[in-house]
Design a protein around this ligand. Structure first.
Ligand code: ADP
Ligand code: MG
Length: 477
């Protein structure tokens, strides 16, 4: 994988990977001698697998390379020594010499940790994680040794894991279940998201628990075909934006999409990735999208994304610039990734979102989620009666005009303690206290978003139309 660079005479390469041992296995190529160095073992000939020189000192090791042509020194953890002036100097001095004798230093490191003195000399490449085929080969090794049936699906599920992690996940699966279990591998993979510390796993919701929002539900149900095996030619949606009144089920629906697709649900809080160190926020953002790409199929959930932009205006240019930078990285990643991901983004307050965010084409669809209609309130009452074993009469749907799903849920919960009448009296729906904001949202949404709800009047209007037509037909007869 580095042959072309060696041929072109690159004298210094930084190989980014969490798998130093695998790097040693995949790098060697014809035409060069490959040796490795670490600060405990010294210099090792990778072909003969024996110690060449017991050089522990990093400066000595780097200078050792000056004496050998067509040689590649794979240096482990050298980045930990870069603070020493002698190390930086040895690299600087070596570069020209190595270039002239066809040798190269390969620094193997999990992070890019350069010093300005040397960074321009290095070319950075990523060691790709094991491919589907690699993962299956690892499994076959186990399968043969232990006489277990291989399972291609479990091999695919390991996508995104290192070789080491794959081996341990398979081993765990064999210990727990006695076969290669896709589920055990996937659960193990969840570690990757947790260890990154950048995102969280969430429990998906059941679509049966979402009342109303039929237009949104059918949009999603239709698009899911693109992810099924016979829908490969269909364009896959990348992102859906849900805006609207708080408590109307935007978060709930986002979580339900994960169970519709049977994909894991990963919550990404871009605001929490922010860090006061210069450049660190952007780096963490990039890292998050890399982890997602490595992870594979997933719903990426950005809840209340406007919060990320809150305060950027007042807290100065740099913060606003950082936020914008992070978000533009995210949106570009979303447009370009080949991975099977669907971004579900929610927002309560669109006036806090920057215009570029709402620009057409960013999301496959923008939905406006309004207060539930009467028919929807009836559905929600049924859901809450089921969930809390209450018996709010369906006729209350009229009295609950202007109540959100979250408020109907609150009513159900309170009614268990206070009785339904008292519970009702003590609830002030948000639609009363935020009337102006809600009207402004509706105005905004008119020409910019699809409506997630099916309006009662439209429904009855259509019904009327239909009956009129029918009548007309009747009179013709
Ligand atoms: N349309 C709905 N159908 C069923 N439950 C709902 C609905 N809308 C809200 N709820 C209830 O209220 C809770 C909070 O709603 P949420 O999805 O967080 O609203 P939003 O994200 O729009 O502010 C949900 O977990 C659910 O229990
Ligand atoms: Mg929410």
């Amino acid at each position: 994988m580095i042959k072309e660079y060696l041929k072109a005479g690159y004298p210094a390469i930084c190989l980014l990977t969490q798998e130093p041992h695998r790097a040693e296995a995949v790098l060697p190529c014809e035409g060069w001698r490959f040796v490795s160095w670490d600060c405990l073992q010294g210099i090792i000939d990778l072909e003969a697998k024996k110690v060449l020189e017991e050089i522990i000192d990093p400066v000595e090791a780097i200078r050792w390379l000056d004496n050998f042509g067509d040689t590649v020194l794979i240096a482990h953890n050298l980045h930990l020594f870069l603070e020493a002036p002698e190390v930086a100097q040895a690299i600087q001095n070596g570069i020209i010499r190595w270039k002239s004798i066809g040798s190269a230093l390969v620094m193997v490191s999990p992070v890019i940790q350069m010093r300005p003195e040397i960074e321009k000399y290095f070319h950075i490449i990523d060691l790709a994680l094991p491919s589907d085929e690699d993962l299956f080969t690892i499994q076959m090794d186990f399968a043969k040794k232990l006489n277990v049936k291989p399972n291609r699906k479990a091999a695919r599920a390991a996508k995104g894991l290192t070789e080491f992690e794959t081996e341990t996940a398979y081993a765990l699966s064999l210990v727990k279940k006695g076969y290669f279990s896709t589920r055990v591998v996937t659960e193990n993979k969840a570690q990757m998201i947790r260890k990154s510390g950048l995102m969280e796993f969430w429990q998906p919701a059941d679509i049966q628990d979402v009342g109303g929002l039929d237009a949104l539900k059918s949009f999603i149900a239709n698009r899911i075909r693109a992810y099924e095996s016979d829908g490969e030619s269909l364009p896959r949606p990348k992102g859906i934006l849900l805006c609207g009144v708080p408590g109307t089920g935007k978060s709930l629906t986002s979580k339900a999409v994960a169970s519709l697709l049977n994909w894991p649900l990963i919550k990404l809080d871009i605001g929490a990735l922010k860090n006061s160190l210069v450049g660190e926020s952007e780096r963490r953002m990039r890292q998050a999208t890399q982890v997602i790409d490595a992870f594979g199929e997933a719903i990426i959930w950005l809840d209340e994304c406007e919060k990320m932009f809150a305060g950027t205006k007042s807290s100065g240019e740099t913060d606003a610039g950082t936020t914008a930078g992070m978000f533009s990285h995210f949106l570009n990643w979303m447009a370009e990734t080949n991975n099977s991901v669907l971004v579900m983004c929610t927002a309560n307050n669109i006036s806090q979102l920057p215009p570029e965010f709402l620009r057409a084409g960013r999301f496959d669809a923008t939905f406006f989620v309004d207060l539930p209609t009467k028919a929807e309130r009836i559905e929600i009452i049924k859901i809450m009666n089921r969930k809390y074993k209450t018996d709010i009469p369906l006729s209350w749907a009229d009295r609950l005009t202007g109540f959100t799903g979250a408020e109907i849920e609150q009513l159900a919960k309170d009614s268990l303690f206070d009785g339904i009448d008292e519970a009702f009296q003590n609830l002030v729906p948000i639609s009363r206290s935020m009337r102006e904001e809600i009207n402004a949202l509706r105005d905004w949404a008119k020409n910019r978003a699809r409506l997630a709800n099916t309006p009662d009047n439209l429904e009855t209007g259509q019904r009327k139309l239909r009956t009129v037509k029918k009548k007309g037909g009747d009179t013709k007869h």
